[in-house]
Design a protein around this ligand. Sequence first.
Ligand SMILES: [Zn+2]
Ligand SMILES: [Zn+2]
Length: 272
Amino acid sequence: MEKWICRTCGTHFAPSEKQPEGCPICLDERQYVWYNGQQWTTLAQMREDGFHNEFREHEPHLIGIGTIPTFAIGERALLVQNEQGNILWDCMSLLDDETVAGIERLGALTAIAISHPHYYSTMVEWADRFNVPIYLHEADHQWVMRPSERIRFWSGDSYRLAEGMTLIRLGGHFSGGTVLHWEAGADGKGALLSGDIIQVVSYRRWVSFMYSYPNLIPLPAAEVQRIRDTIEPYQFERLYGAWFERVVMQDAHDVVMRSAERYIRALERVGR
Ligand SMILES: [Zn+2]
Ligand SMILES: [Zn+2]
């Protein structure tokens, strides 16, 4: 029995004798299958191929962890150091002894929370290794490819993960699309950890919102308006997107508000 990893999205599948028929996450219209067909690997193979993880401090108590060379979507996790225990936001495929030691050095991990299925990766492997629960929004339960008792599905629009740490369901890119509001972030001005539920674009004074990023499928104006209105009451100065360089360093709340308004205006021009 082997647990296969999809090379395109990084998702770990439940143990099987043969490789899975296909990857439902990549066959979905929000992802893609490479032109050379579905490719699989394993954790052991990844370690043999020379992948390793790099830790980078974004700001005090916030450490980014990414795989080198880039693997799958280029998933980068964020570890938030919290007095009540550390939280891993989003996840990535490669887990090795060096990474475990690096995370343990940062303090006790108490939970994993994930924005959407493109970051489910090898989450169960991580949860088993650190003996912690994984928080996922129940609206995306169909995308879990390796079920586990570690997974706790939450429902509704928000969930208090710990003191000053709130999961907020924004939907959009995925029905259960979640962001993490960290009150103590950015020197107490607040930070939003958004994955690509809110996507930081190349010019980091703007963000965007898409149903599919690789296939360039937009969201309806009403959905962007709803995302804007849902996040509006939260205070945050900084926004951490899906990759190391995708960070809005200041005025992030304002950036999200005016980016949503620009997006809606652009959609309303169509057909005129
Ligand atoms: Zn896949
Ligand atoms: Zn995504």
